[in-house]
Design a protein around this ligand. Structure first.
Ligand code: BEZ
Ligand code: FE
Length: 278
């Protein structure tokens, strides 16, 4: 175990995991070491470059607080979040597809009745959102819990506004007995993901734009069904084919219809996947 070289060190590092009690932890770390070492060899990583990498990861951690999660953002722009979503959400094609969770969900959002205005003062053009929640068998999922959250007309979530201490553009609703939901809000707009941190530097260094196409976030939960975390995207958005976090799915794109009074309406029906019975 002395005089390890750039080839033999990998197996030695893996062998040190032999006493790991949890087999899954051992499996994941073994693969991580193998891929990290292969990566360093493949790019001939210099000591300066690795020091810069560590500085970048340190800055990413230092940017995190209870309202800002720079590591989620990093995972998102590298495509790792959507890869994980894609691998873990295989379901029948009739079911609504999942997409990236994102960093702006907040637990404990205010509860609303169907028909209420979840904007709660957020800026933007008025918009009514409605639809149904059904299972794969077509039956309504009465009482399904629906978390919604979205950015305002300036492309900001309430948690990004230091001057705000109330929830705006987010809330919890429940589907009625027929599985229908309905709420008022403001028109979703495209927005750039936060660029004032290390992830912004990464985007600049790689000549990438930070924009996400306009969307509404949904998390839908009901007993007997897999929890669905998804968005609905506006079909007229120019960023649909280059979403900064790779989250767009064709089946999640829908028309926001402009009504005569200038307000907008979105109708979207969700189909939940039943939990597999063991
Ligand atoms: C979002 O849609 O809220 C989001 C997702 C990934 C990164 C940044 C924002
Ligand atoms: Fe979003």
């Amino acid at each position: 175990m002395r005089n390890l070289d750039q080839h033999t060190i990998t197996q030695e590092a893996i062998d040190r995991l032999a006493g790991t009690p949890d087999p899954r932890v051992r499996e994941v770390l073994t693969s991580l070491i193998r891929h990290l070492h292969d990566f360093a060899r493949e790019v001939n990583l210099t000591e300066d470059e690795w020091a810069r990498g560590i500085a970048f990861l340190t800055a990413t951690g230092q940017k995190c607080n209870d309202k800002r999660q720079e590591f989620i953002l990093l995972s998102d722009v590298l495509g790792l979040s959507m890869l994980t979503v894609a691998m873990n959400n295989a379901k029948p094609p009739e079911c609504t597809e999942a997409t990236v969770f994102g960093p702006f969900f907040v637990d404990g959002a205010p509860h609303y009745e169907n028909g209420d205005d979840v904007a709660n003062g957020a800026s933007g053009e008025p918009c009514e959102v409605s639809g149904s929640i059904r299972g794969l068998d077509g039956r309504p999922v009465a009482g399904a819990r629906i978390d919604v959250w979205q950015a305002d007309a300036q492309g900001l979530y309430d948690v990004q506004r230091d001057d705000l201490d109330t929830a705006q553009g987010r809330g919890v609703l429940h589907a009625d007995e027929a599985g229908m939901y309905r709420f008022r809000t403001v028109l979703a707009q495209a927005y750039p993901i936060p660029t004032d941190g290390p992830v912004g530097e990464l985007l600049t260094a790689t000549a990438r734009h930070p924009w996400r196409p306009a969307h509404l976030h949904f998390r839908i939960e009901a007993p007997g069904y897999e929890t669905l975390v998804t968005h609905v995207f506006r079909e007229d958005d120019k960023w649909l084919d280059s979403d900064a976090v790779f989250g767009v799915r064709q089946s999640l794109i829908a028309p926001w219809v402009r009504r005569e009074d200038g307000s907008y309406a979105l109708h979207y029906d969700f189909v939940l996947n039943p939990v597999a019975r063991g």
